[in-house]
Ligand binder design. Structure first.
Ligand SMILES: Cc1ncc(COP(=O)(O)O)c(C=O)c1O
Length: 407
C-alpha cells in the first residue's frame, strides 16, 4: 500500500536523525556580535559571517532608523511596479562605482540573485559549467534553466576546459564562488576568465565571502586577481556578510544588468527590499571608505594569528588565506559532538554536515571577524586542540579493540 504523507515525512525525519544529519536552530537573544547570547548562554561566536563587525555598527543602525522614520518599513511593491525607491537607486549607483562596473542591480538576497542568473541567461542548447563546490544557490539555479549543466572538479580549470571543448553548445556560462563558502579558498579567477573568453562564455563570480574583504579596498575576489565586473564578467555579492546588512547585487556591463531588469523572474516578481536596507548598506559603504583598511588589517591579523596558533597546536586546516578557516572532522556525529562540547564551554562553532558538504567531510567552519581578540582565538584553539586530541585517542582505542576482535 502507498505510504501516507505522514509516513513519508516521518520516515524521512527518522532517516535524517539516524544519519546524524538532523538540523536544529539555536536562538540568538543579543546583538550579532562576537560576544553573543545564544540559547540563553553567553558565548564567543565563531560562526557569523559578519566578518568586519558591521552588523551592529551604530551608524548603520541610525541610517536604517532614519529611513524607517522618513519612508516607512515596507517597500510596498516590486521594483518594476512602484517599490523602486531613490535609496535603491542611489545604492545601485554606489555599488557599481565601488566595484568598477557600469551598472549594478539589487536583489532581495544572494540566493535569489544566483537563482536568477542561469534561468535568465541560459536556455536549451546552452552549457552551464560550475565548480563542484559552488554554493547551493548556484547549483539550484541550474535547475531553473534548460541548459546542459556540468560540474568541474573543485578549482580544476583544466577539467573545466576539457568539458567546454568536448561538449557542443550555443552559449556557455561558467559560474564559480569567488571564495568557497565551506572551504575558504579563492577561485582561480584569472584562468577561469581566460577560459571563458576562449569560449565566448559569460563568467559569473559569486563573491558572497570576498566582497568588502579582498582586493585593495574590499572590491572583492575579482579585484584580488586584478579583474573587474566588465565585458563578459558578472559579479554577484551579498550584503548580509562583510557589509553586515541584508540583500545582494549583481554588477557588470549595463547591457547584462538591463537584461536582468527586464527578464530576471526572481527580481521582477518579488517585493523590493525595505528602504531601510539600502539606507544601512549606504552607511556600510561609508564606514568601509573611512575604516575599511583598519578593519581589514585587524581581520587579516586575526587570520594570521589563528593560522599560526593552529600550527602550534598541530591542528590541520584546509588551505585558506581568508576569514573562513576549516577543520575537517569527517564523521557528522563527531563534528556535532565537538561543536556541542565547545558550546558548553562558551564557544559557538557550528558543525557543517552533508548535504552542505560532501559525505564524510563534516567540518568545523571557523569564521573569523575583525572584532575577535587574540585571547578569544587562543581559547578557541586550545579547546579545539583538546577536543580533537580526545577524539583521536578514542578512535585509536576503537581501532585497536577492533583489531584484537579480529585476532
Ligand atoms: C557563496 C554564497 N552565495 C550565496 C549565498 C546566499 O546569499 P544570501 O544569504 O544573501 O541569500 C551565500 C550564503 O548565504 C553564500 O555563502
Amino acid at each position: 500500500m502507498k505510504q501516507s504523507w505522514r509516513e513519508l515525512v516521518a520516515g524521512r525525519h527518522q532517516a535524517t536523525l539516524d544519519a546524524g544529519l538532523w538540523r536544529t536552530r539555536k536562538t540568538l537573544s543579543s546583538q550579532q556580535g562576537v560576544e553573543a547570547i545564544i540559547d540563553g548562554r553567553p558565548v564567543i561566536n565563531f560562526s557569523s559571517n559578519d566578518y568586519l563587525g558591521l552588523a551592529c555598527h551604530e551608524s548603520l543602525g541610525q541610517s536604517a532608523e532614519r529611513a524607517c522614520r522618513d519612508f516607512g518599513v515596507g517597500s510596498g511593491a516590486s521594483h518594476l511596479v512602484c517599490g523602486h525607491h531613490q535609496l535603491h537607486h542611489q545604492l545601485e549607483l554606489e555599488l557599481a562605482a565601488f566595484v568598477g562596473a557600469e551598472r549594478a542591480i539589487l536583489f532581495s538576497s544572494g540566493y535569489m540573485a544566483n537563482l536568477a542568473m542561469a534561468a535568465t541567461f541560459l536556455s536549451k542548447g546552452d552549457l552551464l559549467l560550475q565548480d563542484k563546490l559552488n554554493h547551493a544557490s548556484l547549483i539550484d539555479s541550474a535547475k531553473l534553466s534548460a541548459s546542459n549543466f556540468k560540474r568541474y572538479a573543485h578549482g580544476d580549470v583544466e577539467h573545466a576546459a576539457k568539458l567546454a571543448s568536448s561538449i557542443k553548445f550555443n552559449h556557455c556560462m561558467i559560474a564559480t564562488d569567488g571564495v568557497f563558502s565551506m572551504d575558504g579558498d579563492i577561485a582561480p579567477l584569472r584562468q577561469l576568465q581566460s577560459l571563458a573568453s576562449n569560449h565566448q562564455a559569460l563568467l559569473l563570480v559569486d563573491d558572497a565571502h570576498g566582497f568588502g574583504l579582498l582586493g585593495a579596498t574590499g572590491q572583492g575576489a575579482l579585484s584580488h586577481h586584478g579583474l573587474k565586473p566588465a565585458a563578459e564578467v558578472l559579479m554577484m555579492a551579498t550584503l548580509g556578510k562583510a557589509l553586515g546588512c541584508y540583500g545582494a547585487f549583481v554588477a557588470g556591463d549595463a547591457l547584462y544588468i538591463e537584461h536582468l531588469t527586464q527578464f530576471a523572474r526572481p527580481y521582477i516578481y518579488t517585493t523590493a527590499l525595505p528602504p531601510s536596507v539600502p539606507a544601512s548598506v549606504l552607511a556600510a559603504l561609508a564606514v568601509l571608505a573611512e575604516e575599511g583598511d583598519l578593519l581589514r588589517t585587524r581581520l587579516n591579523d586575526n587570520i594570521g594569528y589563528f593560522k599560526r596558533a593552529a600550527v602550534k597546536h598541530a591542528l590541520t586546516l584546509r588551505p585558506s588565506s581568508t576569514a573562513i578557516q576549516v577543520i575537517v572532522v569527517g564523521d557528522s556525529n563527531q563534528a556535532m559532538n565537538i561543536s556541542s562540547a565547545l558550546f558548553n564551554q562558551g564557544i559557538n562553532l557550528t558543525a557543517i554536515r552533508p548535504p552542505t558538504v560532501a559525505r564524510g567531510s563534516a567540518r568545523l567552519r571557523v569564521a573569523l571577524s575583525a572584532a575577535h581578540t587574540f585571547a578569544q582565538i587562543d581559547l578557541l584553539i586550545e579547546l579545539l586542540a583538546e577536543l580533537l586530541a580526545e577524539l583521536l585517542s578514542q578512535q585509536l582505542k576503537q581501532d585497536s579493540a577492533e583489531l584484537s576482535d579480529c585476532g
